[in-house]
Write a protein that binds this ligand. Structure first.
Ligand SMILES: [Zn+2]
Length: 139
């Protein structure tokens, strides 16, 4: 289960709505305790696929990810996942998402319709390279 406060959830929506009609992306920073994940901060980043038409995918350079990792560690947190938007698309992982997925991350996907967030789901990659739905708890 992934726990996110309402305030952070709204920050995620704000960033992704601003990115519309491009896909927006960011990292989830937090802690894991007994199988529960708690998001403590979010860090939005530039979708580096944007120039090449980042409407159906996101790209984050390894240096950017490493920088966010350092930032998380300095606050006693870990990077526990990624959030991104699906502009005018269901919040279901795409083949591209599956290809890029890191097995230990939670993937929050937010559907953004005409600039407004309309639905969110969280996903965990499985060993067989599928995604399993993860319960998202907004507190
Ligand atoms: Zn996606």
């Amino acid at each position: 289960m992934l726990h996110i406060s309402r305030g952070l959830f709204e920050q995620i929506h704000c960033h992704l709505q601003r990115c519309y009609p491009a896909e927006g992306v960011g990292f989830l920073l937090g802690v894991e305790e007994k199988g529960h994940r708690y998001v403590r901060r979010i860090r939005d980043v530039q979708n580096e696929a944007e120039q090449g038409g980042g409407h159906d995918r996101y790209v984050v350079q390894p240096e950017t990810a490493a920088h966010v990792e350092d930032e998380a560690n300095s606050m006693g947190l870990s990077v526990i996942g990624v959030f991104h938007s699906h502009p005018d698309q269901e919040p279901l992982p795409s083949a591209f998402d599956l290809d890029r997925a890191l097995p230990w991350f939670s993937y929050v996907i937010v559907r953004v319709d005409k600039g407004v967030a309309t639905g969110s789901r969280s996903w965990r990659p499985q060993a067989d390279r599928s995604f399993q739905s993860e319960e998202l708890k907004i507190v």
